[in-house]
Design a protein around this ligand. Structure first.
Ligand SMILES: Nc1ncnc2c1ncn2[C@@H]1O[C@H](COP(=O)(O)OP(=O)(O)OP(=O)(O)O)[C@@H](O)[C@H]1O
Ligand SMILES: [Mg+2]
Length: 319
């Protein structure tokens, strides 16, 4: 059998009609291939089209133009097959607050026709996985936000889907619950599963994603492994003190140095991510016979990548 990628988007475009205005283009001519067996991240600021894209992939929203195939199945032609193969944790965790954790899972197992004889065993298993066994009989309305996100993940795992889709899995979740969720998500892929997650936290993309797509205003800006993207597009910042600050001006001519800013006896050197900036700085000081004291080095992060690609930061845009 030919092996299909987990997701394949070809010229995906999603428009929403607006009264008395042009259509809002949420996703614009988006091409993307997501392989099986990875954690794949969609990173972008608020309103960049992540949820819209995920809703198309989940067969909840038909594309305006272009195609979306999930494991080779066209979402437009066979949405129910697509839905049967994926488990979705939506951005707004839609759980039943008046039911207990266990009842929520029982309801979902029935809805998705999980084999009757296996239901209880699977419910026990997923509750255990997300660390909620002890709270199974409690009403979900009494759960904290982080516990609700974990239960939503348990529910997505219940049907043993080929692909798990998580829309902002740790939004509003505390550090402890976040780490527990990250571990579960990572373990899923380490066991051969496929996970697609959206996030506007660069730390999350960095920590979890094998590969990621950066999107902005509904268009694809870049794809690659987080480290690759950081190395080619990120910026290092080296802050230093020197007895001859003015002479550092000349460092700007060196390959890999994007900018040198001098204020008083302090110098800030901005270097492209593919060079070792500390080495460059030390070599420069030695060859010019000037002293240098490096006070800090900031490694490039995905925010620098986003800035380099779009001219704005992930946060600037967050409305
Ligand atoms: N049902 C809808 N009707 C009209 N406009 C919509 C609809 N859904 C999304 N949009 C618009 O599409 C754009 C993309 O929204 P989307 O929810 O996909 O962004 P997002 O990247 O998930 O953002 P966030 O990080 O805030 O969750 C936004 O401008 C949004 O207002
Ligand atoms: Mg969203």
């Amino acid at each position: 059998m030919m092996s299909h990628p987990a997701v394949r988007l070809d010229h995906l475009t999603c428009r929403f009609p607006r009264k008395g205005n042009d259509d809002l283009v949420a996703v614009n001519d988006f091409d993307l291939t997501i392989p099986m067996g990875q954690v794949y991240g969609l990173l972008g600021p608020n309103g960049s089209g992540k949820t819209t894209t995920v809703n198309v992939i989940s067969a909840l929203l038909p594309p305006t133009e272009g195609t979306c195939r999930v494991m080779g199945v066209d979402v437009r032609k066979d949405p129910s097959t697509v839905r049967s193969r994926i488990g979705v944790v939506p951005q707004e965790t839609a759980l039943y607050n008046d039911l207990s954790a266990q009842e929520n899972l029982q309801f979902h197992a029935r809805l998705y026709r999980a084999p009757r004889g296996e239901r209880q065993h699977r419910i026990d298993e997923v509750l255990d996985l997300v660390g909620l066994s002890g709270r199974r009989k409690d009403r979900v309305g009494t759960f904290s936000g982080g516990m609700q996100r974990r239960l939503a993940l348990a529910r997505a795992l219940l049907t043993r889907p080929d692909i798990i889709i998580l829309d902002e899995p740790t939004l509003g979740v505390d550090v402890q619950s976040r780490n527990a969720l990250w571990e579960r998500i990572r373990a899923q892929a380490d066991d051969g599963g496929t996970v697609l997650l959206t996030t506007n936290y660069m730390e999350e993309a960095q920590a979890l994603a094998d590969d990621l797509a950066i999107i902005d205003h509904g268009t694809l800006v870049a794809t690659g492994a987080p480290d690759e993207l950081r190395a080619t597009l990120g910026r290092h910042y080296v802050h230093l003190h020197s007895d001859a600050p003015a002479r550092w001006d000349e460092l700007e001519q060196t390959e890999g140095i994007a900018e040198v800013r001098i204020s008083g006896d302090q110098v800030r050197v901005e270097a492209t991510g593919s060079h070792d900036p500390v080495r460059t700085v030390l070599d420069f000081a030695a060859s010019h016979g000037i002293t240098v004291q490096i006070t800090s080095v900031r490694q490039p992060d995905l925010n620098d990548v986003f800035l380099a690609l779009t001219g704005t930061t992930l946060r600037d845009q967050a409305a």
